[in-house]
Each structure stands twice: as structure tokens, then as C-alpha cells.
Design a protein around this ligand. Structure first.
Ligand code: G
Ligand code: G
Ligand code: MN
Length: 294
């Protein structure tokens, strides 16, 4: 049935032994994810978002990981299944709660740091999301603007009205909204007008073309201009080279996320960065974006 549905509705497919194997594999995977959730095997990594002017972190994106018996598994190995099982909501809530505890710890070093969290479309359509977040921030005594929520355009595909209501309520609460993976979806520019967005994250698919592909550069530049004209900030994702960094700074996108500064790392590593207060990297000395200078 899954196989036929994947090919579109109103169709049929003959059942083959290969599909049987696939269905079994899926079932096994589902029960492993359920068990992993019950056993608390999911944990948080964080990737710094750097202000290139200072070379210091302004905040961190929470990226979930799974410590399985086979080793660490990345989100593309479990998010789909967690969404299908409806587990993505409690999993993300648990991640957010861990994240806020870590953020409070980092605030001892620097109280302006924020946490940026990815929410799945399902979560956005849930009415209790906003009161849940409001309550959580209160419990942790955190100002609303230090939580950022990353949404993708796919949040608007299934239940657009509900999602737009949630976004408006979230924004009224004071939480900051970022549009993730900009340019990779169906990118209707009208969303930029309708949604209370504060940040556009330029997808790494375009950043990786800087210095290589004129089309990618055109898209990056246009996005930066668009964000500026709409009074939004830009964050460049997947920045890996000094050349990309220089290009972005020249075009006035100075919030940078990518391996050039740091891969996603565990909470203790972030605490260590902050305690060490590694020398800031100013963009006037562009040749030395010290890796890990948070
Ligand atoms: O590092 P990377 O492979 O970690 O992350 C891939 C994607 O997985 C991210 O773009 C994000 O959309 C998704 N993701 C990561 N963590 C979470 C989470 O806690 N909740 C949800 N819903 N998605 C996440
Ligand atoms: O939420 P989103 O899909 O944007 O998540 C960001 C993803 O990009 C995560 O999977 C993260 O591990 C990955 N990532 C972050 N920085 C870099 C980078 O510099 N290079 C590459 N290849 N991937 C990155
Ligand atoms: Mn993201």
C-alpha cells in the first residue's frame, strides 16, 4: 500500500518479495525509533551562529542526534519515521527542554545568546504549541526573543491557515521566526509578505556555489537584498570556506553558520568554547577565522 501511495493515489501495484522486505525493514525501524525514544537515546548537538564582525557566537541551532547501538544517527535517519509515528512532537519538546537548560548554563558566560530550534510542520499545526512555549520560557525565566524557531515552507503546505495562525501567535509572544532552507522549496515570495518572519536562512546549496556558479551567487545576492528591503536579517548556512565568508561579508550578510567556524557539537564543547572565550575574529583580519572561536 505504501508503495502504491508513493506513486500517487488511485493506482495499484503488485506486491513483490522485495516490497515485503522493505515493509519489514520499515516496521523494524519504527519499533527501533519508538524504543529509542522510550530509552532517551536522543540528544542535542548545537551549531554556533557567528557574527562575522566579532567572530563570536550570537546563538546556537539545536540539531537532534540519536545515540543508537550502531553509532550516532543524524536526523535524515529518523525524522521521517518520527513524524509518521507522531513522535516528533514529544521528541522535539524534550530536545527543546534540554536546549533551554543548556542555554541557561551558557548565559552565565554570555546572557545574550539565543537558541534556534527546528519545528516540523506537524508541530506547527498543533494548537497547544504557543501556550506550551510561553509556559516553558516562563519556567526557565528566559526572555521570549532568545528563542528562535526555524520553519520551512513545507509547514505551509498541509495546513496553511493553522500554521499561519501559530506563527502569528508565536511572533506576538515575542519569539523570533526564521525561514529555513530558503530557496529550496516551492518558494512562494508571497509567504514573505504574509508571515511574521524576522530571519531568512540562505540554504547551503547556494552558499556552496559561491565562487563557482554565477547563478548561485545571483540567488545569494538577491536574497540578501530582499531580506534587507523587508527589514529581515539573513543567516548564511553551510559556510565552509574563507572565500564564501569574504563574499558574504562583502554583500553584507554577516551572520554565518557553517563548518568554517564550527560543526554541530555537544553542549559541553560549547561551554568550553565560551569559557575559553577564544580571541574574536574580526573581519578586518579576514585571513584568520579561527575555527571554534565562539
Ligand atoms: O545536522 P543535520 O543533519 O543535523 O540536520 C538536518 C535537519 O534535521 C535540519 O535541517 C532540521 O530540519 C532537522 N532537525 C534537526 N533537529 C531537529 C529537531 O529537533 N526537530 C525537528 N523537527 N527537526 C530537526
Ligand atoms: O535545519 P537545516 O536543514 O538547515 O540544518 C542544517 C544542516 O546543515 C544540518 O544537517 C547541519 O549539520 C548541516 N551543516 C551545517 N553547516 C554545514 C556546513 O558547513 N557544511 C555542510 N555540508 N553541512 C553543514
Ligand atoms: Mn535549520
Amino acid at each position: 500500500m505504501y508503495h502504491a501511495k508513493q506513486l500517487g493515489r488511485n493506482t495499484f501495484q503488485f506486491f513483490t518479495p522485495r516490497m515485503n522486505a522493505e515493509a519489514n525493514e520499515r516496521l523494524t525501524k519504527e519499533s527501533t525509533v519508538k524504543l529509542a525514544y522510550a530509552n532517551n537515546e536522543f540528544f542535542n548537538h548545537y551549531q554556533p551562529i557567528i557574527d562575522a564582525h566579532t567572530g563570536k557566537a550570537v546563538g546556537f541551532e539545536l540539531l537532534m542526534r540519536w545515540q543508537s547501538k550502531q553509532g550516532v544517527i543524524y536526523p535524515d535517519g529518523f525524522i521521517d519515521i518520527a513524524e509518521e509515528l507522531g513522535l516528533i512532537i514529544p521528541m522535539t519538546e524534550a530536545a527543546l527542554e534540554r536546549g533551554l537548560i543548556d542555554l541557561k548554563e551558557w548565559h552565565k558566560e554570555r546572557p545574550t545568546l539565543y537558541l534556534s530550534v527546528n519545528l516540523s510542520p506537524q508541530h506547527f499545526a498543533k494548537e497547544s504549541l504557543v501556550p506550551y512555549v510561553a509556559n516553558l520560557l516562563k519556567t526557565h525565566k528566559l526572555p521570549e526573543h532568545l528563542l528562535k524557531i526555524e520553519v520551512t515552507e513545507s509547514a505551509l503546505l498541509s495546513e496553511p491557515e493553522k500554521s499561519i495562525n501559530t506563527m502569528n501567535a508565536m511572533s506576538e509572544l515575542g519569539v523570533i521566526l526564521a525561514l529555513d532552507d530558503f530557496g529550496t522549496g516551492f518558494s512562494s515570495l508571497s509567504y514573505l509578505k504574509r508571515l511574521p518572519l524576522d530571519i531568512i536562512k540562505i540554504d547551503r546549496a547556494f552558499i556552496s556555489g559561491i565562487g563557482i556558479e554565477k547563478t548561485d551567487e545571483a540567488i545569494v545576492e538577491a536574497t540578501i537584498v530582499l531580506a534587507k528591503r523587508l527589514n529581515m536579517h539573513c543567516i548564511a548556512e553551510g559556510v565552509e570556506t574563507v572565500e564564501q565568508l569574504e563574499y558574504l561579508i562583502k554583500h553584507e550578510c554577516h551572520y554565518i553558520q557553517g563548518y568554517l567556524y564550527s560543526k554541530p557539537v555537544d553542549a559541553e564543547t560549547i561551554t568550553a568554547y565560551l569559557n575559553a572565550n577564544t580571541t574574536a575574529v574580526s573581519y578586518t583580519h579576514l585571513t584568520l577565522p579561527t575555527i571554534y572561536s565562539v
